[in-house]
Design a binder for this molecule. Structure first.
Ligand code: SAH
Length: 239
């Protein structure tokens, strides 16, 4: 289900990289490119570097926010050149491809890539179920953006050729925006009931995100949790 997989580039500075990503994607049969606040786009340099992948580039969706790019996604992976001190679930490109292909059988998924200079922020990684890291030279592990996309896209394409065609059992899970609603409600509830210690809050929220991403709740489960939060807040319901 390659058509359910989006590649999301955040804050790309060099338009040539955007074109090179379009090309890397088309080589591997991926079509859906999302650009979150690119620095220079559209650009002749992007078009040049896309070479024969103008269709992918011209259909790329430019978004104002990451929320917009992730709308409707049931799973999100973030590609990071660095391993982080916070423990997100970390996978290789091959494992990432397997998970994404399985999920893509049932709905939309996204893989997000960061800025050339500074990568992804922690807040952006907070939106991800998984962190994908390409193991490279420990002293020089940062690949060019389009080459990082190429490695991940190659594994996805290869994985799609290896799939046996059997359909996994259908499981409806919450979308990126429903998960975000849950996290915001949880954080607000913790504050309202006096549970949060502001000094510990970021770390704690990140651990709770990891817990709920691992649990893969569906919409009904999200509603049950949010009902409990509302009750704890002393309200009947909260948007
Ligand atoms: N200097 C940045 C690296 C930016 S490279 C940093 O230290 O984070 C641009 C993007 O390419 C990264 O945000 C990431 O999405 C991807 N990338 C580069 N090297 C990677 C690697 N080894 N593993 C996974 N993604 C990588």
């Amino acid at each position: 289900m390659l058509s359910n997989i989006r590649i999301v580039l955040i804050g790309t500075t060099h338009p040539g990289n955007i074109g090179a990503v379009a090309r890397a994607m088309k080589n591997m049969c991926l079509e859906h490119l999302y650009l979150v606040r690119p620095r220079h786009y559209p650009s002749a340099e992007a078009t040049d570097r896309a070479s024969g992948a103008h269709d992918v580039l011209s259909q790329a969706r430019v978004c104002e926010s990451l929320d917009e790019a992730l709308e409707g996604c049931r799973m999100v992976a973030g590609a990071s050149a660095r391993t982080r001190s916070v423990k997100w679930t970390q996978v290789t490109p091959r494992q990432c491809a397997q998970t994404m292909l399985q999920e893509a059988e049932q709905g939309e998924v996204a893989i997000i890539f960061g800025r050339e200079s500074s990568g992804l922020t922690n807040a952006e990684l907070d939106r991800c179920h998984l962190l994908v890291h390409i193991l490279a030279n420990e002293e020089y592990s940062s690949l060019n953006l389009s080459q990082a996309v190429q490695v991940v896209a190659y594994e996805i394409h290869q994985g799609s050729l290896d799939q046996d065609g059997s359909q996994p059992e259908r499981q409806d899970v919450a979308t990126a925006e429903e998960m975000e609603g849950l996290f915001q409600h949880l954080e607000q509830t913790m504050e309202d009931i006096g549970f949060s210690d502001p000094r510990q809050s970021d770390k704690l929220q990140r651990r709770l995100r990891r817990l709920f991403f691992r649990a893969r709740p569906d919409q009904d489960e999200i509603n049950i949790l949010r009902g409990i939060f509302s009750a704890a807040q002393g309200r009947k319901s909260m948007k």
